[in-house]
Design a protein around this ligand. Structure first.
Ligand SMILES: [Zn+2]
Length: 452
């Protein structure tokens, strides 16, 4: 018998259907509440635990997890908890689940250019399902996905939250906002196709409408393009795209509706105008100058340096078969980015980790810790950028980014000490998200060890 919405609407009026499903849902919720079991308890032991708030290691930690939350963190003594499962990670280092605030789960490396025009939104969502799994298994238990046509990122986020697909917890932007012909438009086809990307909006009024629209269809965060970029045909990363007036309206409206704003900005002028407009993060920031650095510090704006692709590209560009305009722009951008990121790090601009995974293969996200250290952050600062800082930028400081009582049980572990070898973070051996273990190459859970 068919009790689905479609079957209902074939047989009843609209009002009758709504009433029927309201009753059915309230009944289902009551049943779940009555049958709810006490939260499962897991105890995790390790050699060290990295606390990004203090920047210190805690020796011999014991973390007690009840359901999807951390109940307690102590050291040395092991609590006796009846029926708990023990996960003994030996002398491994336990860290908070990593956070990537700039990813493109719904696209694959090398999928841009004309080939990308053949990818439908449903196909992009399924590409996202594959990449979400790779990203989680690389230790990234939370990501912010910045830019997806057709709201394929909304579908992916909802599928992960429903437990249909394995992946990190997500904040998503839907289509990124941008000017006609800009980096967030799609300028591959000639005029007669009349094709624009979904986020295109010109003028303050259209920008305000577009912000409201992407929120209507599921955006948690607003992404826009303030300057030209590398992968877009026919624009210039050294120029500004949105005017200061448009940026001001965009940011005000987003904030008024409770959304943070992430801004793709390469040129020095676009960075400064975006910071003055009140954006929460500058993504890439390639041509950041001294005045821009001072402004970012004054406004407490986060820099998301997306530095690993700069190194990855140098090694792999020959095999990527990229369009000529991408090659020309990369040659200018890579050396400038390395120099200016190093300068921003020295000046103490606040940094949140973002990988731009999707322009290179997903699952290599841990390389961003290494590349930021290569450009001047200490290993502790790099880890903070991918945990507490990223959590703060996402507005989730109260729930993720640190292993402490009351936070979601999102944790990873590596053998050895990542503060002396940052490359260890590129191969995590243990991943837990929301209290569920997704990867454990270190130990076998043992409930007998804790006694009953
Ligand atoms: Zn990006």
């Amino acid at each position: 018998m068919d009790f689905g919405y479609y079957g209902c609407f074939r047989r009843m009026t609209f009002a009758a259907c709504v009433f029927f499903f309201a009753i059915a849902n309230s009944f289902a919720q009551n049943v779940v509440a009555e049958e709810a079991e006490p939260a499962r308890t897991v105890v995790v032991r390790a050699g060290r635990l990295f606390d990004p708030v203090t920047g210190r290691m805690i020796d011999r930690p014991v973390v007690v997890i009840a359901g999807n939350k951390i109940r307690s963190v102590s050291n040395g003594t092991q609590p006796s908890i009846s029926g708990a499962t023990l996960i003994d990670l030996g002398d491994a280092t336990l860290l908070p689940g990593f956070i990537d605030v700039h990813t493109h789960l719904t696209s694959n490396a090398g999928g841009g250019g004309y080939e990308g025009l053949g990818i439908s939104s449903p196909r992009a969502a399924l590409i996202g399902a594959k990449n979400a799994r790779l990203t989680l298994l690389a230790g990234f238990t939370t990501v912010r996905n910045v830019g997806a046509e057709g709201y394929s990122d909304v579908a992916l986020r909802d599928a992960i939250n429903a437990g249909d697909v394995i992946g990190p917890r997500m904040q998503v932007s839907g289509p990124p906002l941008g000017i006609t012909g800009g980096h967030c438009d799609n300028s591959l086809l000639p005029f007669e196709f009349h094709h624009s990307a979904e986020g295109v909006a010109d003028g303050p009024e259209a920008v305000m409408h577009r912000v409201r629209e992407v929120i209507k269809y599921g955006a948690d965060v607003i992404k826009f393009c303030a300057s030209g970029g590398v992968f877009s045909k026919g624009d210039n990363p050294l120029l500004e795209q949105y005017s200061p007036e448009e940026m001001k309206v965009l940011v005000e409206e987003s904030h008024r509706l409770g959304r943070k704003v992430a801004t793709h900005a390469h040129s020095a002028i676009s960075i400064k105008d975006a910071v003055r407009a009140g954006v929460d993060s500058i993504e890439h920031g390639i041509f950041l100058d001294d005045e821009g650095i001072a402004l970012m510090k004054e406004h407490n704006t986060f820099l998301v340096p997306t530095s690993y692709p700069l190194f990855w590209f140098e090694e792999h560009v020959a095999q990527m078969h990229l369009p000529p305009w991408v090659m020309e722009k990369s040659a200018i951008i890579i050396p400038a980015a390395k120099k200016n990121m190093a300068k921003a790090f020295r000046a103490g601009v606040r940094v949140a980790l973002g990988t731009d995974a999707g322009v290179y293969p997903h699952g290599l996200n841990g390389g961003e810790f290494w590349s930021m250290v290569e450009l001047g952050l200490t290993p502790t600062q790099a880890l903070q950028s991918g945990t507490v800082n990223a959590a703060e930028l996402m507005g989730w400081k109260d729930r993720i980014g640190v292993i402490r009582e009351g936070m979601f049980a999102d944790m990873v572990a590596v053998k050895g000490d990542p503060l002396s070898d940052i490359r260890l973070l590129q191969h995590v051996q243990f991943v837990m998200k929301n209290g569920v273990v997704y990867k454990n190459e270190i130990s076998t859970p043992n409930s007998a060890a804790l006694g009953r």
